[in-house]
Write a protein that binds this ligand. Structure first.
Ligand code: CA
Length: 230
């Protein structure tokens, strides 16, 4: 089946050229010319990739991306930015964009990024069928290889951090007490020192949550920790 790409771009000429090039490469493409209708289409139809301009009428590209991720939609997004400012890129990547290109871009470069984003998405879908992947939002843990990625970016964890993450992931949406964590991750009975867990959680959070917009690990005060899907 042909991969379907959504182009949200207000400059009609750019959108048209993109559509023609993508169709020539064997994709199907849909165009929306403003942020509001782009967001609506992205949320109601299924796409393999979204090319999202930042400067858009109605809603900015950053806002479209923020609302998309907030709604639990993790379709890969490549931002098209006219301004070559670091701020745009950082904000975009913080909100969960997978990649960006700066206008004016070389079509070949864009197509290469499109292929790479789509390959990443198919990889997740295929492996997910083999059940060796644990996925929450844009976090993917491969329990065969112990690889951890967020939004396609590799994250290096210590063995203990990995075990802790795995334990929270397997029990996602359930609050795990420090005693639960101590017994199951450290494997011995609770003996009063639980701040070691807080320290490990803090390290894990720094690696997993910093720079990725939406936090995965939540503290339930007086109780423990939980990874929430929503
Ligand atoms: Ca624009």
């Amino acid at each position: 089946m042909k991969k379907h790409i959504l182009i949200i771009e207000d400059e009609a000429q750019i959108a048209k050229v993109l559509k023609i090039e993508l169709e020539y490469e064997g994709y199907t493409a849909t165009i929306r010319h403003d942020g509001k209708s782009g967001l609506k289409t992205a949320l109601t139809e299924k796409f393999d990739l979204i090319l999202l301009d930042i400067m858009l009428p109605e809603l900015s590209g950053i806002e479209v991306l923020r609302r998309l991720r907030k709604a639990g939609n993790y379709t890969p997004v490549i931002l098209l930015t006219a301004r070559n400012t670091t701020l745009d890129k950082v904000m975009g990547l913080d909100q969960g964009a997978n990649d960006y290109v700066t206008k004016p871009f070389e079509m070949e470069e864009l197509l290469a990024r499109v292929r790479s984003c789509i390959r990443y998405k198919s990889l997740i879908e295929e492996s997910n069928e083999e059940k060796s992947l644990l996925i929450v939002k844009d976090l993917v843990v491969n329990t065969d290889t112990r690889e951890v990625t967020r939004n396609g970016k590799s994250i290096a964890l210590t063995p203990k951090e990995y075990d802790l993450l795995l334990y929270l992931l397997i029990n996602k949406n359930k609050v795990m007490t420090r005693e639960n964590i101590l017994t199951n991750v450290w494997g011995y009975e609770y003996e009063g020192e639980t701040n070691m867990i807080d320290v490990h959680i803090a390290h894990l959070r720094k690696k997993l949550d910093e720079g990725f917009g939406s936090p995965l690990i939540h503290t339930v005060w007086g109780v423990g920790y939980v990874i929430r899907e929503k």
